[in-house]
Design a protein around this ligand. Sequence first.
Ligand code: ADP
Ligand code: MG
Length: 350
Amino acid sequence: MITVATEQFGEFDVIDKYFSWKSVRVLNSPQISATHPIILGIGDDCALIAPPSKGNVLAITSDMLVENRHFFAHADPQLLGHKALAVNLSDLAAMGAKPLGFTLSIALPEINHDWLKGFSTGLRHLSEQFECPLIGGDTTAGPLTISITAFGEVPKECALRRDGAQVGDDIWVSGTLGDARFILGALRNEWEVPLSEFQTYAHRMHAPTARVELGIALRNIAHSAIDISDGLLGDLRHLLKASKVCAQIAIDAVNCSPLLAQQPLELKRQCTLRGGDDYEICFTAPAHHAEHITQLGRELQLPLTKIGKVLTEQESLLPTRLELIDSLGQIINATQSQSYLRSFDHFQTS
Ligand code: ADP
Ligand code: MG
């Protein structure tokens, strides 16, 4: 179907020029396809992927980015290319899966070579970093929309599912939370951030890091995991609900950057607990693994912070499944807790 066409440069030229880079084309050479799980990449009616090796399963995830909803019009295309793939790799990471490849479906309002060049560069760099090649997709004209489906592989018994949390598990979070929300607030003039700090931290919103190595390392350690895209507490509730458990969270133990640590307590809590776009991993693990997890954080040079405990399902906690405590161990009251809990919902938030 030819939907983007000019006299000189059409849909297939876009695919050839911007989405068929060398590490993508090489997949279709006979030498590579004999050994690689991607037997055939871009260029045919379908890509062909070998079935996972024995005991493994395929992990599949999709994420869509829509202009003016997930990113500002005129966002830097290279960062956007990075982010579009990073958010999908983050889902694979949260499942403990190793990336195999991805497809890209894209609607473009026009053929803008500068934009396409930047976008494909950001996409390619991350794709090559994680050896996760582009294996197919669709290209059409329309309002700028980027949809990626990523494929990964994980041993069936080790997949980090949301429904695996067990009573007594510790709850952990990787990295620091809240910077992406804090930067977004600066862009929306909700608060001011000095220029030098803005420049230091803007990548936390524009170019998130997918915690792929961490996800794979947690395969035999964690009982459950979720990546934090819509706010820590809101996402954690999905995990607790799936696992039919409750939790106590020490909200001021949540790790944040030095920039956020300087902010008023309430603002810091709002950003770390319910800000979105963090793409860190929240996971639960048995208490006897605590030492091992801290050591893993040192090896990965990624702080891993214990923020709470999984509790048995309790009638009084069911509405939120969460009991929040402050740094003195005092329970946060219901109204205040509610204000930390509202995570992002595309159909409820303007
Ligand atoms: P079909 O009409 O058979 O669905 P298309 O003409 O849409 O195929 O696409 C031709 C080839 O280019 C296919 O292999 C498809 O997977 C690939 N492709 C199309 N758009 C993209 C894209 N944005 N990124 C990567 N591959 C793409
Ligand atoms: Mg076809």
